[in-house]
Design a protein around this ligand. Structure first.
Ligand code: PRP
Ligand code: URA
Length: 214
């Protein structure tokens, strides 16, 4: 399998991420632990996805002296969870960037055709001026993320990143072909999709495991 997906795909290779993902993949991991791990890995991935945030400086008086020191330049960000499973990542990402706004996009896959459908989209009024981080645990065929990115572009957003826990090569191909301007941040790239569109080895149905609906 090709391992180099190009400059727009950032696979997190931190051992803590790999370790936590392995616990999540175990079918015997409880809903409580699974949910907590989604949040924890969300923090790690948000840390990477914000590495290019611009800095300015401000004067601070330390106990020793006055100094001109780095501070975030006030970039406006919106985190966009794809409902439902993307909700599991919001708290972890907001712990890294607490001033971000949250826009929700409701998306479901038709179980027969695997086609995504947008059923809800509520964004801050100034969303077009914000940097967008779309979050979803799974990038499988890429259909849901593709549709979510297109929806945000329709609303005027131009700086969009996609943050996922586990990606399939098929999903990465879909996004890099349809949205070459979008950077993807992921915890792992797995082997392939099975005939039902599930990532292999994957971690099963992320929404069901986060919310305990199976
Ligand atoms: C899952 C997952 C993604 C999508 C990925 O959601 O959270 O949104 O599937 O598949 P794709 O890349 O082939 O589009 P699902 O549609 O199962 O809904 P849920 O979040 O309500 O569980
Ligand atoms: N959606 C999931 O929740 N898991 C997969 O493996 C694929 C799509």
């Amino acid at each position: 399998m090709e391992k180099n997906f190009g400059e727009h795909v950032h696979v997190n290779e931190h051992p803590l991420v790999a370790h936590k993902l392995t616990i999540m993949r175990d079918k015997n991991t409880s809903t409580k632990d699974f949910r907590e791990l989604v949040g924890e890995i969300g923090m790690f991935l948000a840390y990477e996805a914000t590495r290019d945030l611009p800095l300015t400086t401000k004067e601070v008086e330390t106990p020793i002296c006055k100094a001109e020191l780095p501070t975030l330049a006030g970039k406006k960000i919106a985190v966009v969870p794809i409902l439902r499973a993307g909700l599991g990542l919001v708290d972890g990402v907001l712990r890294m960037i607490p001033s971000a706004r949250v826009a929700h996009i409701g998306m479901y896959r038709d179980e027969e055709t695997l086609e995504p459908h947008v059923y809800f989209c509520k964004t801050p009024k100034d969303v077009a001026e914000r940097d967008i981080i779309i979050v979803d645990p799974m990038l499988a065929t890429g259909g849901s993320a593709d549709a979510a990115i297109s929806e945000m572009k329709k609303r005027g957003c131009r700086h969009i990143k996609l943050l996922v826990l586990v990606a399939a090569p098929e999903g990465i191909k879909c996004i890099t072909e349809h949205h070459p301007d979008v950077d993807i941040y992921c915890g792992a790239v797995d082997d392939h999709l099975n005939e039902r569109g599930y990532i292999v080895p994957g971690l099963g149905d992320a929404g069901d495991r986060i919310f305990g609906t199976k």
